[in-house]
Each structure stands twice: as structure tokens, then as C-alpha cells.
Design a protein around this ligand. Structure first.
Ligand code: DX5
Ligand code: ZN
Length: 219
């Protein structure tokens, strides 16, 4: 079955706890929390207080996507708040292996993200050490953007690299994922879908959206 990670960036924050419970009950696999610092991306979003607030609300794993210039600086705050997975960008860190090991030694899952203009070969050396490879399918910073052409080829390349290096590593995609773009992405090799607007902005509400996503065929 499809694994869906609703991105709360697109949620109504006045109803955050209630909406997270809805997507949990509808079958979401994890909660995706987009953290932006106004430097690595041209936008601000949320910090560890949101993770702390959600921790007692849901049993779902809380996955933190750090779109920040200095992820090491913020790590302890997110770990203390109850994050289960920390994803940082390979472009942001000169020596990703050190931070990967720090996160693993805290007993948490670790992911590496990479932007659409970064060749998939850049994360290949780290695949054996990580739990999640996050392929950006938009340039990060804002929800509601269009899935970039060229993403399917990158997903397929990453799938081949994961098959060779570490088949247990999840291939997650993020940005512009909706019920139309998800099908070809799954066929190209994605196994976890991040979706914000397509879940929380769905005309019939997030529960219907999650059910539609979970009904998509997997390869
Ligand atoms: C991109 C973020 C995404 C974003 C996805 O800046 O990392 O997680 O919230 O939003 P949608 O699904 O609306 O493209
Ligand atoms: Zn994200």
C-alpha cells in the first residue's frame, strides 16, 4: 500500500491537532513537518514547538524536514520535542556523515533530502547509512507548487541507486504530489508520498484525500 506523509504546512493551524487525528485515523503513515529558516529557502515556517505540541496528539511518527542552512544547530531541539525522523538537505552540510551518525546515535531515523537541481549521484554515497532518501519534486520553500518535469527520471535513477546500495531505504518524494502526479511517481519507484495541498486543501476534506491516495496502485 502507498505510504502517505501529509505535510501540515498546508493545514489550518487553528485546527492542527484535530486535522492530524483525522489523517491518522484515515490511514496516513507519518506526519511531515516542514521547517524553513528564511535562509536555505526564502520562507519561514515552524519550529520545534509544533513537534512538541503534536507529540501527545498522535501515535504517528513525526518526520521533520529541515530546510535550514545549519541543521546541526537545531537538531537537539527537535529531538527533545519528540521527532522520530530527521531529514536534512545534502546541499546544506559539508560533511553529511557526521550529522547522519549523530541522529542515528540518538536512536532516531535519518533522511537526506536533495533539491531538483542536485544530481541523484550526490546522495548515493550516503544511501547505505540512511533510512529515507527525500527527492524534492519542487524547489522547496512553498506549498502548492507544480510537480517539476524531469522528476520521474530522477525518481527512477534514485530507485536504481537504492536497489544497489540499500533496498531498505525508503524513497520519498516531496512537492506538487497530488492524485494525478502520484501515479507516475509510484510507477517510477517512489514509495512514500509527501502531500500538503492535495490532502489538507482537498475539496472533500483530508479524510477523503487520504483514502484516495491509499487506493492508488503501487508498482
Ligand atoms: C516544499 C515542502 C513540502 C510542501 C509540499 O517546500 O518541503 O513538504 O509542503 O506541499 P505541496 O504538497 O502543497 O506541494
Ligand atoms: Zn517537506
Amino acid at each position: 500500500m502507498v505510504k502517505l506523509a501529509p505535510s501540515i504546512l498546508a493545514a489550518d493551524f487553528s485546527r492542527l491537532g484535530e486535522l492530524v487525528r483525522l489523517v491518522e485515523n484515515a490511514g496516513a503513515d507519518r506526519v511531515h513537518i516542514d521547517v524553513m529558516d528564511g535562509h536555505f529557502v526564502p520562507n519561514l515556517s515552524m519550529g520545534s514547538v509544533v513537534v512538541k505540541g503534536l507529540r501527545p496528539v498522535t501515535r504517528l511518527p513525526l518526520e521533520v524536514h529541515l530546510m535550514v542552512q545549519d541543521p546541526a544547530k537545531f537538531l537537539d531541539g527537535f529531538l527533545d520535542a519528540g521527532a522520530d525522523t530527521i531529514i536534512f538537505h545534502v546541499e546544506a552540510v559539508p560533511q553529511p556523515s557526521q550529522l547522519i551518525e549523530r541522529i542515528k546515535s540518538a536512536g532516531k531515523k535519518v533522511g537526506l533530502a536533495f533539491n531538483p537541481d542536485v544530481p541523484t549521484g550526490r546522495i548515493r554515497p550516503y544511501l547505505a547509512a540512511i533510512d529515507v532518501a527525500l527527492c524534492m519534486t519542487v524547489f522547496p520553500g512553498f506549498g502548492g507548487q507544480r510537480f517539476l518535469p524531469g522528476s520521474l527520471e530522477r525518481i527512477a535513477e534514485l530507485r536504481a541507486a537504492i536497489a544497489a546500495e540499500n533496498p531498505a531505504c525508503e524513497l520519498e518524494i516531496d512537492g506538487g504530489v497530488d492524485l494525478t502526479t502520484a501515479g507516475p511517481a509510484l510507477a517510477a519507484g517512489a514509495d512514500v508520498l509527501v502531500a500538503g495541498t492535495a490532502v489538507f486543501g482537498h475539496a472533500e476534506g483530508p479524510v477523503v484525500a487520504v483514502r484516495h491516495f491509499l487506493a492508488l496502485p503501487t508498482s
